[in-house]
Design a protein around this ligand. Structure first.
Ligand code: NAD
Length: 260
């Protein structure tokens, strides 16, 4: 379905981004991977996608805190793949603390990676998409882009901002063959959430298994974690023809979290 299309997925060396990159590659899309991690593991991931799906798979190590590196990522991705059709702004970090204890440096980092990086990447990719009259921008926001929780000031602010950025990009590109949407997952079992589960188990002196169950029960009516594969399938749907008039939307995939 996406043979010949070319995608950048930020933060795709792990978790949801990896799931999305795999889903795109499985449909024949060339992909640029990005994110931190062990060099050998990243190379295995890259080579695996290329071999399994017969697509071009590249890795570009831009730090999403740095606007110049983000611009260089988009430029170099366009050079290596011959263009950019799909941009998935997925890289993200979390920090959990009450506002009065929230380290300024963590605030800046969360806003930079979860929000500003999407602006810089979108700004760099849009001229390419506009020139070819086709593009898909998918921003991985969160249930926390729509509702708040305590102790996540920077994350909630960044994700609400990302949903806003999504709407503006959708309006500005509405008649250019481009769509821009946000995906708002609830709990997904990835290393980002595993950290929170372990911290909870330590703080409460309970088993990790119990903490995993408690975390989901606290927010979601449905007690299942979403998987990166399911987020990948939703991203794929947004790239398809059936979704060509879905733009500016914030699509929940959250076990009923924000329905409450
Ligand atoms: P993860 O920790 O498994 O993966 C995060 C990815 O971002 C990794 O590849 C990491 O290397 C990369 N990254 C982090 N900082 C970076 C930087 N400065 N430059 C480049 N890459 C960087 O996390 P995840 O759970 O897969 O989260 C992916 C996205 O999904 C995030 O935006 C997160 O906020 C969002 N999200 C996650 C959940 C969840 O429950 N896991 C829920 C809602 C939204």
């Amino acid at each position: 379905m996406l043979r010949g299309k070319r995608a950048i997925v930020t933060g795709s060396t792990s978790g949801i981004g990896q799931g999305i990159a795999a889903a795109l590659a499985a449909e024949g899309c060339d992909v640029v991977l990005n994110g931190f991690g062990d060099a050998q593991a990243i190379e295995r991931l890259r080579a695996g996608l290329a071999e399994r799906h017969g697509v071009g798979a590249h890795y570009i190590a831009a730090d999403m805190v740095k606007p110049a590196e983000i611009r260089a990522l988009v430029k170099s991705a366009a050079e290596r793949m011959g263009g950019v059709d799909i941009l998935v702004n997925n890289a993200g970090i979390q920090h959990v603390a009450p506002i009065v204890d929230f380290p300024e440096e963590r605030w800046d980092a969360v806003i930079a990676i979860n929000l500003s990086a999407a602006f810089h990447a979108t700004k760099a990719a849009l001229p390419l998409m506009t020139a070819q009259g086709w593009g898909r921008i998918i921003n991985i926001a969160s249930a926390h882009g729509l509702v708040a929780s305590g102790e996540k000031a920077a994350y909630v602010a960044a994700k609400h901002g990302l949903v806003g950025l999504t709407k503006v990009a959708a309006i500005e590109t509405a008649n250019q063959g481009i769509t821009c949407n946000a995906i708002c997952p609830g709990w997904v079992l990835t290393p980002l959430v595993a950290q929170q589960i372990e911290a909870r188990a330590r703080a409460q002196g309970i088993a990790v298994e119990q903490a995993r169950e408690d975390l989901v029960r606290e927010k979601q009516p449905m007690l299942d974690y979403t998987t990166p594969e399911k987020i990948g399938a939703l991203a794929l749907f947004l790239c398809g023809e059936a979704a060509s008039t879905i733009t500016g939307a914030a699509l929940s995939i959250d076990g009923g979290w924000v329905a409450q």
